[in-house]
Design a protein around this ligand. Structure first.
Ligand code: RFL
Ligand code: PHB
Length: 393
């Protein structure tokens, strides 16, 4: 068995793992990242689109913002559509200059991976059978197999479990409490070859269900419609998708959706989930490994980055001073922000979706929520400050 020694062993090369490696490198702390997927798969998986303002600022601070500055779409706000009407929320005005940045997660990951490798960082793609050992000692270890079946060991001071919702890290947190909610609906997401139909994101509540218009590039658009949580995308022919998108997104203002060739379809279920605590011994979990939000609030990627920031602060303090207090408070510090993001994502989701299990009374309450948001500056400001991202503590 071949062994490597590092300071922080990171499981997973998603946003949490890669941001953590960069933040540690800035403080001269070494890490090794183990990732099951190939670099091409990681860079090719289409997921999130929206970055909070502080995430954008952090990328720039780390010297990772060059391509984002050229290629991202910066929006003043979003449009909410319901009851046949269309309402613009101007976040830049409501939050004193903060904007919505649409820059796809896989582009963020491409920038992070390229910069990490250019810095001489150790990122091992395509590994198998990652296992965590000796977490209650001062020398925890990771073992794995490479593509040829060879067994390897990484000896660390700390392990960061950044391995997403289904990864191997979370089950090691003995005595944890898991809080969760499954929603009785999902999103059918499509990628379309077409120019943008609108200069900003449109979130729509319609009696037939939610719809969202987002973008990926000047040539590719991202659209979603509410569907059943386990629906098969094959049951949605293109004509059905377009007719639902037109009905749900178009209001009485004459705006129309531009169609194009649909070249990818997928269904995602929706859940809210929080694991408490997020640490045990020398293991700290971050990102989707610890929490899931439904995508309506556009928070998942940003929360993963926030965890990485708090963990890097704790580790930096430990290596510089020997103090453990920030590390000991890691979970508590993260969970305050996480619960606020859970609340926001849940409220956006319930306000904008139709739920077959809810009564006509609850349906009207959600419409009243929307009416309040678009007619009260105070309510609009609350939505805006959560959407663009609360400042890091
Ligand atoms: P990830 O991205 O899942 O990365 C975890 C990595 O760990 C690897 N892994 C392992 N590696 C080694 N050994 C093992 N045994 C392993 N098991 C797993 C995986 O291969 C993977 O590479 O988690 P991370 O880093 O915590 O990042 C979380 C975000 O990816 C996620 O929260 C967002 O994509 C959520 N999300 C959105 N977030 C936003 O902030 N804004 C958005 O607009 C937004 N839109 C979305 C979204 C998620 C979506 N889906 C598909 C769930 C839209 C959608 C449709
Ligand atoms: C996306 O562009 O994929 C996207 C945008 C906003 C959301 C969720 C997903 O709330």
């Amino acid at each position: 068995m071949s062994a490597t020694r590092t300071q922080v062993g990171i499981v997973g090369a998603g946003p949490a793992g890669l941001f953590l490696a960069h933040l540690l490198h800035r403080h001269g702390i070494e890490s090794v990242i183990l990732e099951t997927r190939s670099r091409e798969e990681v860079e090719g998986t289409i997921r999130a689109g929206v970055l909070e303002q502080w995430t954008v600022d952090l990328m720039n601070e780390l010297g990772l913002g060059g391509r984002m500055g050229q290629e991202a779409h910066f929006h003043r706000g979003i449009t909410l559509r319901f009851g046949g009407g269309s309402h613009h929320l101007d976040f830049e005005d409501l939050t004193g200059g903060k904007r919505v940045t649409v820059y796809p997660q896989h582009e963020v990951l491409k920038d992070l991976i390229a910069a990490r490798l250019a810095d001489g960082g150790d990122v091992r793609f395509g590994v198998r059978d990652v296992e965590l050992h000796d977490l209650e000692t001062e020398r925890p270890r990771l073992t794995y197999r490479d593509g040829d079946g060879g067994v390897f060991e990484v000896c660390c001071d700390f392990i960061a479990g950044c391995d997403g919702f289904h990864g191997p890290s979370r089950p090691h947190l003995a005595g944890r409490t898991e809080y969760g909610k499954l929603y009785p609906f999902g999103w059918l997401g499509v990628l379309v070859e077409a120019p943008p139909s609108h200069h900003e994101l449109i979130y729509a509540r319609h009696e037939r269900g939610f719809a969202l218009l987002s973008t990926r590039s000047p040539e590719i658009q991202r659209l979603y419609i509410q569907c059943g949580p386990k629906d098969d995308p094959a049951d949605y022919p293109d004509e059905l998708i377009w007719s639902e998108l037109h009905r749900r997104l178009e209001a009485e203002d004459g705006w129309t959706l531009t169609e194009g060739r649909i070249f990818q379809k997928g269904v995602i279920g929706m859940r809210s989930f929080v694991c408490d605590p997020m640490q045990h011994g020398r293991l700290f979990i971050a990102g989707d490994a610890a929490h899931i939000v439904p995508p309506t609030g556009a928070k998942g990627l940003n929360l993963a980055v926030a965890d990485a920031v708090y963990l890097s602060r704790g580790l930096e303090c430990f290596y510089r001073t020997g103090r453990r207090d920030l590390l000991e408070r890691y979970s508590e510090t993260c969970l305050r922000r996480i619960w606020r993001a859970e609340r926001f994502s849940w409220s956006m989701t319930t306000m904008l979706h139709t739920d077959p299990h809810e009564s006509a009374f609850e349906d009207r309450i959600h419409l009243a929520d929307l009416d309040y948001v678009v007619h009260s500056r105070a309510a609009a400001t609350a939505l805006a400050e959560n959407y663009v991202g609360l400042p890091l503590d």
